[in-house]
Design a protein around this ligand. Structure first.
Ligand code: HSE
Length: 413
């Protein structure tokens, strides 16, 4: 019999308990032995819960109980989750977690402890909610060198952008609905400023490149500067705006970033709407493989947590190869070297002169866009592909004739 402890009874924690008991019989068959949740840790009281006898408030009860072999951390954040996870691993318990902040900032350290203690540290739920992505990249795509990953990794922002694109809904209203539906983080800044997506691309990049990529090394922008005007111009370009996290291999180095991007409608990523996530992985043998599903929400995320619990039981007493090493970040190239076309929107008192300057600076192939509500003093255009450094310099030169109102990178996935 394997005894499990669930740390945290919020959205994902309560979903984990629900999925566990709903499918318990099946899970036991897959695990090859009886399973039960012995403890649920939460500071709050749940007297009416059918599991009220399992609640504890003191983590040491779990830590000091030798019967507990798997700890499921679904509290989120660093404090106290990091201490709980670290001491569980040190005590020889396997840990599964949905906590992307923890894995992105402490993954290398925790994986090292798991290896030393010959236990598992699994985190399938930390990226893509219910989408299987960590284990498929690690095992099913093992034969490949992965050259490129690009993903819509945050359900909340994809939901907001979808509402803006489809319904012309304002940002605040769309965010409120996402929060009510339980998609958003406790502090939605992490969603809308791209921090959550950054943590997720760090986890994927660390897994693929075998070296820890820390969030501080990643150029990160959110969606708060995207306007309904941008949405309209981009629509006329047969494209959609999506928050993308991407990591590209360049020899032994990588280029990595999170930012809103213009994606052509023919791309598989453009059709990913609402809370859905999609992750495009380019392998040197497979070409593009796309993983798609619900990237947030109680039961999809719980599905990944519970699957990890079963894996941890099945592989008890082993330390799996799903791991990476710490790194000094020298393999992460400066984001200024990132090359792509750009959508730029400017205003000018002399649009004719500004248009000539745009062509002179950004090249003959610059494509001008139009929108129904386009003000007379405004221009929007798509540049030729240039490095980030060059685009910034060119925008600086353009400022003599026009003010840059917005810029969104154009990606070719
Ligand atoms: N806030 C996250 C999102 C939850 O919206 O994607 C899942 O990680």
């Amino acid at each position: 019999m394997a005894k499990i402890a669930v740390l945290g009874y919020g959205v994902v924690g309560s979903g984990t308990v629900e999925v566990f008991y709903k499918n318990k019989e099946n899970l036991e068959k897959k695990a090859g032995e009886p399973l039960d949740i012995k403890y649920i840790l939460d500071v709050r009281d749940f007297p009416d819960s059918p599991y009220s006898d399992k609640f504890v408030k003191d983590f040491d009860v779990i830590l000091n109980d030798p019967e507990v072999s798997v700890v499921s951390e679904v509290i989120g954040g660093i404090k106290p989750a990091y201490d709980f996870v670290k001491s569980s691993l040190e005590a020889g318990k396997s840990v599964v977690t949905s906590n992307k902040e923890l894995v992105a900032s402490k993954g290398a350290e925790l994986l090292k402890i798991a290896k030393e203690k010959n236990v598992n540290f699994f985190f399938e739920a930390s990226v893509g909610g219910g989408i299987p992505i960590i284990r498929p990249i690690h095992t099913c795509l093992e034969a490949n060198q992965i050259d490129d990953i690009a993903g819509i990794l945050n359900g909340t922002t994809n939901f907001i952008l979808t509402k803006m694109i489809r319904d012309g809904m304002g940002f605040d209203e769309a965010l409120k609905i996402a929060q009510e539906l339980g998609y958003a983080e406790r502090n939605p800044t992490a969603d809308v400023e791209g921090i959550d997506a950054c943590r997720k691309i760090c986890i994927l990049a660390s897994l693929v490149f075998g070296k820890h990529v820390y969030p501080d090394s990643v150029h990160t922008e959110g969606i708060t500067k995207v306007t309904l005007e941008d949405v309209e111009y981009i629509d006329s370009y047969d494209s959609k705006i999506k928050l993308i996290g991407c990591a590209q291999r360049h020899g032994d180095e990588i280029l990595i970033g999170v930012f809103p991007a213009v994606i052509r409608n023919e791309s598989q990523l453009a059709g990913v709407s609402d809370v859905f996530n999609a992750i495009l992985v380019h392998g040197d043998a497979t070409g593009d493989v796309v993983f798609y599903g619900k990237g947030a929400g109680k039961l999809p995320t719980a599905s990944a947590v519970v699957s990890d619990i079963v894996s941890a039981v099945k592989h008890r007493g082993t330390s799996r190869s799903l791991t990476w090493n710490d790194s000094d970040q020298s393999f992460v190239r400066p984001f200024d070297e990132f090359v792509c076309a750009n959508y730029i929107r400017v205003s000018s008192n002399d649009v004719k002169t500004a248009k000539n300057t745009v062509v002179k600076l950004f090249g003959e192939k610059t494509e001008f866009l139009s929108s129904k509500k386009q003000p007379e003093n405004e221009l929007a255009f798509i540049t030729e592909a240039r490095s980030e450094k060059e685009i910034k310099e060119l925008c600086g030169k353009l400022s003599a004739d026009a003010s840059v109102l917005g810029r969104i990178r154009v990606l070719d996935y």
